[in-house]
Design a protein around this ligand. Structure first.
Ligand SMILES: Cc1cc2nc3c(=O)[nH]c(=O)nc-3n(C[C@H](O)[C@H](O)[C@H](O)COP(=O)(O)O)c2cc1C
Length: 414
């Protein structure tokens, strides 16, 4: 089996011409953005963890499982956060929480995202994680914009209830001991109800070790551009812990631009790495002052797809299930290549590794990466929404009562 990551590394590292000035693998908007100057950026300290480059793989439900994290990590470095796990289920050792909260034996640091709406369940879940020595970092999700969740007072609605938010964060931090806790949230419910500054202050006061801001409101979902001004503002407000910026890092130079423009301490990368795990190599390069390397051709991407799929099969020990979860990745890997519209209908029906191998044998291995596709959104593309909230939800922001089970969700967004 070809180790496609090694292949890509080996070729690019020995081929000095691959590191071109003014590369066409950089979109026009980033052509003049210089790579990092020596000492320009520092590792980001998340409690005892020193993260370099200052790059975090965003938690993505159904995606950032152990095989995907491993694949991304082999290209680069930084912190790679798990899929979101529901606190109540984890505290109960519910089977649904078991696989998604597992780490490979060699994974370091082990970073897990927890979602909870009730301080009691969150406290119990953190106790389980800590007493069973299962994690090195806990991130908490307060950014889920899904109607069913906010409509029941959970997810991105929680920061609109600062007393409740504080009690959940406190339960996590107090039970975490030395394990650093961070929280991730959106800018607010909508433009009229921004909650990120309050959420940031609460995190700081309660002992979180960093905050991450997805610079969109819940009303925005994934629509339009993230508003990096929110990140600038949060960074001005939060003085004692790192601020991580999130939203629209499609290319490595976007991360440099975001950090330079906002002063944030690190970046969180979500959809940009879907079908492009080598984005983490690009990020490692530009943060270390090196030009980024040429992207893989379709043949190398096909090798990478097979490798990713095989890792999933091994991880789940269930070929059919693994291949079904891999279908969405297929569409991202081949997006923008000339035969994509012919390949995708086949790829989204694969049932086994052999199906995948057969389809990938037909591709033109020499086709170069479609540069026009560099900044095409992937993963989520829903229109804006009017955020659903429970009736009377905003009447008493100081209401400390947790919203209950209905505000939980097993697959989410942030
Ligand atoms: C498929 C998908 C699943 C996601 N699941 C989660 C999640 O479980 N927890 C979370 O905090 N954010 C989740 N997010 C949001 C991302 O972590 C990130 O905040 C968002 O995609 C914006 O970053 P980006 O512009 O780099 O993609 C998800 C995003 C996507 C696309």
């Amino acid at each position: 089996m070809t180790n496609s990551d090694d292949t890509i590394r080996a070729e690019t590292q020995t081929d000095a011409t691959a590191r071109v000035e003014g590369s066409s693998y950089i979109s026009e908007m980033n052509q003049t953005v210089p790579v990092a100057a020596p000492g320009e950026f520092q590792p980001v300290a998340i409690g005892p963890l020193s993260v370099w480059p200052p790059v975090v793989l965003a938690p993505m439900a159904g995606i950032t499982n152990s095989p995907f994290r491993r694949l991304c990590r082999r290209f680069g470095a930084g912190l790679y956060v798990s899929e979101m796990v529901t606190a109540r289920l984890l505290a109960q050792h519910h089977p649904a929480s078991t696989k998604i909260s597992e780490f490979a034996t060699d994974e370091q640091p082990r970073s897990l995202q927890l979602y909870g709406v009730d301080p009691e369940h969150v406290g119990q879940a953190v106790q389980v994680l800590v007493s069973e020595n299962r994690v090195d970092h806990i991130d908490m999700n307060f950014g889920c914009p899904v109607r069913k969740v906010t409509g029941n007072g959970g997810g991105a609605a929680i920061p609109a209830k600062p007393v409740l938010l504080r009690s959940i964060v406190r339960a996590a931090v107090q039970n975490a001991g030395k394990i650093p806790v961070t929280i991730k949230f959106r800018a607010g419910i909508d433009d009229d109800l921004l909650t990120y500054l309050t959420a940031g202050r609460i995190a700081e006061e309660e002992g979180c070790k960093a905050v991450a801001l997805h610079a969109r409101t819940a009303a925005q979902l994934y629509h339009g551009s993230a508003n990096w001004d929110f990140i600038t503002r949060l960074k001005q407000e939060i003085r004692t812990i790192p601020v991580l910026g999130n939203g629209d890092i499609w290319e490595a130079r976007d991360a440099l631009r975001m950090m330079r423009a906002t002063g944030c301490d690190g970046v969180v990368v979500g959809r940009g790495c879907l079908g492009r795990p080598w984005l983490f190599r690009d990020l490692a390069d530009v943060f270390s002052g090196r030009e980024q390397q040429e992207p893989p051709s379709l043949g190398k991407i096909a090798d990478l797809m097979l490798e990713h799929a095989r890792m999933l099969v091994q991880w789940y020990d269930n070929e059919l299930y693994a291949m079904k979860t891999f279908r969405k990745h297929c569409t991202w890997y081949v997006k923008g290549f000339t035969k994509a519209s012919h390949l995708i209908p086949q790829l989204i029906q694969i049932l086994c590794l052999e199906d995948l191998e057969n389809i990938l044998q037909t591709v033109n291995r020499d086709e170069p990466f479609p540069l026009r596709n560099l900044r095409t959104p992937r993963g989520k593309r829903r229109k804006k929404q009017k955020v659903a909230l429970p009736q009377g939800f905003l009447d008493d922001p100081n209401d400390p009562r947790p919203p209950g089970k209905k505000a939980e969700v097993s697959t989410s967004g942030g």
